[in-house]
Design a protein around this ligand. Sequence first.
Ligand code: PGA
Length: 240
Amino acid sequence: MNIITVKDYNELSRTAGSLIVELLQRKPDATLGLATGSTPLGTYRYLVERYRAGDISLKAAQTFNLDEYCGLPRCHPQSYYHFMYENLFRHVDIQPDNVHIPCTEAGDLQAQCDAYNALLNRSCVDLQLLGIGSNGHIGFCEPGTPFDRETFLTRLSEQTRLDNQRFFNSLEEVPTTAITMGIRNILQARSIVLIASGRAKAECVAQMINGPITEQVPASALRQHADVTVILDEEAASLL
Ligand code: PGA
């Protein structure tokens, strides 16, 4: 793992965003694996800035998102579909046909998992952006997820639901299930960039980097990948 520690969230966002800009400039038809949550917001703001400055285009790029809640329609303000359009896609020239986000609106969720997985297996993600959950999850692969898992219907851990409660009116409103890429899908990306910010991430970051490689810490699977960059602000790096 290539570990980069920066001063604060702004520098973290610029550093991660610059890696994506460099990729798009080198390979305009790159395939990006994208993440949601609070951490990537600054990275997406940076990409929008660079797009507005004329430095990049996403016209030929493809994107695959890591996950999507079940039980929220795509128009719901907390769906990840909505998140991606609000925070990135509607501000840049990405082609809607090139955007891939697991669909949880249809009744047969297993069929949706299979379809998303097949699409992923026909593609090759050049750069996968990841956050990390306070419990060490990546995507919605919660502790205990086998490392060879492909796209699946997952049950959110209590910790994840508590962490994400801040986006909803109450804990009851936080979905209990989601479709997520599996760890095997994530590890198939050519390169991986994981970003973590703040003291609340220090413990899981330390476990990912220095603890045992174990399914109890899903992010520890990343140590089996040859091209992982971890970008941390000082607080997230404070237990290393
Ligand atoms: P956060 O979520 O960026 O909102 O902290 C990270 C994650 O759960 O992967």
